[in-house]
Design a protein around this ligand. Structure first.
Ligand code: HEC
Length: 122
């Protein structure tokens, strides 16, 4: 009797595991895609920046940059706050208060590409 009950739960468990997988896949889907330029090209640096953003930033700043544990970065806020891109790069490299610095984790190219992504795509 007991054995039988366990077996009936198995499909349910599989559905739960499968839906966690789907949710994981969707997580990166709502991170905005890099727009395609008029000539059909896509800026490869921004594509790299999106990848870094998904791996390193989205968990705190939100998939679309709307904020969470970290502040809101989207809707042109970064260009307004840091008209000079180097000032924003410095924050990502060095960190500020609860924001960790990324100098040990990301190289200069990755920092630049993710900062551009927050400025130009989010
Ligand atoms: C552990 C969570 C966390 C992670 C991961 C994180 N941040 Fe932050 N970030 C924060 C917090 C918290 C702040 C606000 C710091 C403060 O001013 O007190 C912040 C602030 C910032 C700011 C300044 C925003 C402003 O309004 O001036 C920028 C730019 C930024 N983060 C970019 C990034 C980038 C790019 C990444 C990924 C490489 C990243 N952050 C990863 C938590 C995080």
């Amino acid at each position: 009797m007991l054995r039988c009950r366990r077996l009936t739960r198995l499909p349910l468990l599989m559905i739960v595991i499968a839906s966690i997988g789907v949710a994981g896949a969707c997580a990166a889907d709502d991170v905005p895609e890099v727009p395609v330029a008029a000539d059909g090209s896509v800026d490869p640096e921004l594509v790299d920046g999106r990848r870094v953003y998904i791996d390193r930033c989205a968990n705190c700043h939100g998939n679309a940059g709307g904020g969470g544990r970290g502040t809101k970065l989207s809707e042109g806020l970064m260009i307004q706050r840091y008209p000079d891109i180097d000032a924003q790069i410095r924050i990502v490299v060095e960190g500020v208060r609860a924001m960790p610095g990324f100098d040990e984790v990301l190289d200069a190219g990755q920092v630049r590409s993710v900062v551009r992504y927050t400025r130009e795509v989010l």
